[in-house]
Design a protein around this ligand. Structure first.
Ligand code: F0G
Length: 453
């Protein structure tokens, strides 16, 4: 059969409210041209993030009822522990309230002033937590990872020579751990190959340095390995997932992505001493180590989500719908990050509207146009998010991130049509200027205004 169907049927529906262009125009103005300030009910298709936005399955909701809320040693923790240990092989499993809590604990025990932490690309909370410990965060993604149109199959890979170079430059004693983000969200949701994880692991072993995965999207990474890496097409996804984790010494995971839940995280270790120190810290801010800032019912939902996320029917449908949208956009000439990764389409806004210079926020102009035209909420990842204070990001991107199991084929077609329409009218997109801005993380709360050319 040619058509790939959603491998689920819908038991509960959440209506979305149709709005008119005039209404959206008014809402956009009220929100200061910042889509973070919109009310979600005024958004028709919400592609702001794939984090915490998944639809849970009937089995996950059943797990919510089964949740054991005991303060210590809850049955739900043991169910989660067994699932994580089976999937990853790690002996020490700490639940946390979300990914960044795992990061804070990890870098507090392992990093610190004078240390350097390499990653393919740090996600922004990962970088913030490395820096908050006093350490320096260094991004070592391969050159192809920075080229929007390169069709390298593993644009999330780390440049191993540059990693070796960093070890020689700063000394192994100053690199407490090496991290790989799978898939590489800040670099366009691009996967990392097993070959690259092995090569990075070899460098780490040579220097006696542990390798950690930022494994929020581990299942999507494993499926892209199955599809793209020579010799992997006959292997099962759980087998590939296990090899990714076997090559590393620990992991931080935001369960809000491939955990298929709305809240939760994990911090995983092979080493007992590191785990002991992490547990002691976790008790101060997350909670007793068998619940770590979550309710027992959340632990059940994560355990079940981890079982469902490695099912190949699900991953096939998920990755194909992203690929399908990318084909539709490329056929219409829309510049996007190629090939698409696992969770999102990244539009290259600099080529989409070359008339608008970085300081007038071409990405945000595309974001505003998508909302105005079709009620779609995307997010700018460019000069608005990362610029200011003398910084200039390399790329001007707009991310359309797809919540898991939430939207259907016709929603995807609608999004494709909307982007093509906005692309056809790209000469009418308006430059923007910031009129109010907070001292940090300005993209969340700043207000903007459209200005004349
Ligand atoms: N690491 C990566 C690669 C992420 O994408 C995220 C979150 C985190 C860590 C932090 O996890 O949100 O549970 O604390 N990414 C979301 C996004 C917010 O929209 O891409 P968290």
């Amino acid at each position: 059969m040619k058509t790939i169907i959603e491998p689920f049927k819908i038991k509960v529906v959440e209506p979305i409210r149709m709005t008119t262009r005039e209404y959206r125009e008014e809402m956009l103005r009220k929100a200061g041209f910042n889509v973070f300030s919109l009310h979600a009910e005024d958004v028709l298709i919400d592609l702001l993030t794939d984090s915490g936005t998944a639809a849970m399955s009937a089995e996950q909701w059943a797990g919510i009822m089964r949740g054991d809320e005991s303060y210590a040693g809850a049955t739900s923790f043991h169910r989660l522990y067994n699932k994580v240990a089976e999937l990853t092989g790690f002996e020490h499993v700490l639940p946390t309230h979300q990914g960044r809590a795992s990061e804070r604990i990890l870098f507090e025990i392992m990093a610190g002033p004078g240390k350097v932490v390499p990653n393919n690309n740090h996600f922004d909370t990962t970088r913030a937590n490395v820096e908050a410990s006093g350490a320096k965060a260094v991004d070592l993604v391969i050159d192809e990872g920075r080229l929007v149109a390169s069709r390298h199959p593993f644009k999330g890979n780390m440049n191993v020579e540059r990693l070796e170079g960093l070890f020689s430059e700063v000394g192994a004693e100053n690199i407490p751990l090496v991290m790989l983000t799978v898939t590489n969200n800040s670099g366009g949701g691009q996967p990392v190959s097993l070959e690259n994880i092995r090569a990075v692991r070899d460098v780490c072993q040579k220097h006696g340095t542990p390798l950690f995965l930022d494994a929020c999207r581990f299942a999507e990474n494993a499926y892209l390995i199955k599809k793209r890496e020579p010799g992997c097409s006959d292997r099962s996804v759980p087998e590939i997932v296990r090899e990714m984790f076997d090559l590393s010494d620990g992991a931080t995971i935001s369960a809000k992505k491939d955990g298929l839940v709305n809240i939760g995280g994990l911090l995983l270790f092979r080493d007992g001493e590191l785990a002991r120190r992490a547990r002691n810290l976790s008790i101060m801010t997350e909670g007793f180590p068998t619940y770590g800032g979550l309710a027992g019912r959340d632990l059940e939902a994560i355990a079940q989500g981890l079982e469902e996320v490695v099912q190949e029917d699900y991953l096939h449908y998920r990755l194909r719908s992203i690929e399908y949208l990318s084909e539709m956009l490329l056929a219409g000439g829309v510049p996007i990050m190629e090939p698409p990764g696992g969770h999102a389409i990244y539009i290259d806004a600099a080529s989409f509207c070359p008339r608008i210079p970085p300081e007038r926020f071409p990405g945000q102009a595309v974001v505003c146009a998508l909302y105005r035209h079709a009620g779609i909420r995307a997010v700018e990842i460019g000069s608005l998010m990362f610029g200011g204070h003398g910084r200039a990001p390399e790329l001007e991107l707009v991310r359309l991130a797809f919540p898991r199991r939430v939207y259907t084929q016709s929603h995807v077609d609608y999004v494709g049509e909307a982007v093509l329409d906005v692309f056809a009218q790209r000469d009418t997109l308006r430059p923007l200027a910031i009129v109010e801005e907070p001292p940090q993380l300005r993209h969340f709360t700043c207000r903007l205004e459209e200005i004349g050319d």
